[in-house]
Each structure stands twice: as C-alpha cells, then as structure tokens.
Design a protein around this ligand. Structure first.
Ligand code: BGC
Length: 251
C-alpha cells in the first residue's frame, strides 16, 4: 500500500478530487471541485476527471481511486439512479482508461465512505457488523464485517411500505419535500429500524453532508443499535477511494 493516493468523488452536483495522505486519512493540499456537467454523460464526466487530475498534478505513479454513485460490479455499472441514464452498462475502468490513459480503481461512493470510516473514522476498530449509510440525494450503504467490506449493498433501494427507501428518507427528499427535522426523523426511524431488523448490526454510522447537523435528527431515533455520525463528513468518498486505490494499484 502506498502512502499517498488520489481520490475522486463523483456526485450529482459536484465532482471533487484531492491527494490523500494514507497514514492520516487527511488531504494533502487543496481539494478541487468542479460542477457536474449537465447532462452528466459518461464522456462529459470522464473529461472532468481528467481536468481534476491535471489540476492536482497527479503523476502516473500515484494510484487513483474513483467513488461513483452506483454499484460497480467488476468495473461495470448495472444501473444508475442519480446521474444520466446513459451510465447503465458502462465499464468505468475502460471509460477512464480511454479518457485518462491510465488505470483507476472504481468503487461505489458509499462503499468508499464506509472504508474511510473504518480506516480513519467513526468505525475504526469496531468489531462485528458496521453499516455506514450516506444521506444525500440518494441513500448509500456500506456493510463492513470485522473490517471486510461486502460491496454494492444498495440498501437505499430497499422497498419499504411500497416506496423505494431513498425516495422517502434521503436528505435530498427532506429538502425537496421541505420536511421538518421531526417529520424527516420519523421516516429515518422507519428506515433504520427496518435495516436493523434485517441485519442486527453492531453499529450504524451516518454520513453525507447532513450528518454535520446530526444533533437535529439522531437523538430522535429510537434503535437498539448505537447510531453515530460519520467523522470524515464530506471527505469520506475521496479518502475511501484513494485508500482502496492504494491497496489495489502498485507501481
Ligand atoms: C445509488 C447508490 C449510491 C447512493 C448514494 C443510490 O441511489 O443507487 O449506489 O451509493 O445513491 O449516492
């Protein structure tokens, strides 16, 4: 494992990248953010990734990881919920090889956040089953058992009471539907108690931008499982992608 790698986090509104110190889990230098192109097609997004690598001055010897908001199954995206539909069926590794001229490590954004929380954050040293959820435009999930990730779990798309769970309980829906903290917390309660019933985890970690305001909603939840805010907040996707890249890519 190298001690420096680059992480890129592709999201619905912004694409962010930074160089990461893997001894500390902190950024080296500034993070760069570029608006997600609209439409967010594969070619347009890949070109932004190229701009980010150029802007950060990443050489070919530095491993690059990409966190992406969909499952990544052996490099391929089987379906996409929150970016342009044309991503379905695309092989992210091949696309990036064409545009960046180098191999990358691609993984689901919540999986990246989960790995980062285990390596550097709220789930560090926790034994048993940890479920990291990211609350944003959608709901992402990572299940980590004794430090090992079970990838692509997609618990944001559980069907609960006839709804795709993220269409009820994501923070994007809180904003869209102008829900109060109290109303939204009721939806979170329904969501987390269902996930708790299915998996009996030892710990829930809640990430995503809204976790900065965790005191507004976490205390309203009544669960058997401890539930804590993420520690890396908006750096988790980048840090987790860099971490995974450095584990997989060698000079
Ligand atoms: C996607 C997941 C992703 C999550 C958060 C969901 O809609 O299906 O793959 O992790 O949003 O971005």
């Amino acid at each position: 494992m190298t001690s420096v790698a680059c992480g890129i986090d592709i999201g619905g509104s912004g694409i962010k990248g930074a160089r990461v110190d893997l001894d500390t889990g902190e950024f080296i230098g500034d993070r760069i953010r570029i608006e997600t192109p609209q439409p967010s097609t594969p070619d347009a997004v890949a070109e932004v990734c190229k701009q980010l690598l150029d802007g950060l001055g990443i050489s070919e010897h530095v491993p690059v990881g990409i966190a992406f908001p969909a499952p990544i199954v052996h490099g391929t995206i089987p379906f996409i919920a929150n970016l342009d539909d044309s991503w379905a069926g695309v092989n992210l590794n091949e696309l990036m090889l064409q545009h960046l001229g180098r191999p990358v490590t691609a993984l689901n954004d919540a999986d990246a956040a989960g790995l980062a929380e285990v390596a550097f954050g709220a789930a560090k040293g926790v034994a048993g089953t940890v479920i990291v959820t990211t609350l944003g435009t959608g709901i992402g999930s990572a299940i980590i058992v004794d430090g090992t990730l079970v990838p692509n779990t997609e618990l944001g798309h559980l069907e609960i009471d006839g709804y795709d769970a993220e269409k009820r309980a994501s923070s994007g829906q809180k904003e869209l539907q102008d829900l109060s903290w109290k109303k939204w917390a009721k939806r979170l309660q329904r969501y987390y108690s269902h996930v708790e019933m299915l998996f009996s985890p030892d710990l829930f970690v809640v990430g995503g931008g809204v976790s900065k305001k965790h005191e507004k909603f976490l205390p309203r939840l009544d669960l058997k499982t401890p539930i804590v805010p993420a520690q890396l907040l908006n750096t988790a996707g980048i840090v987790g992608a860099a971490y995974q890249a450095s584990r997989e890519q060698h000079d």
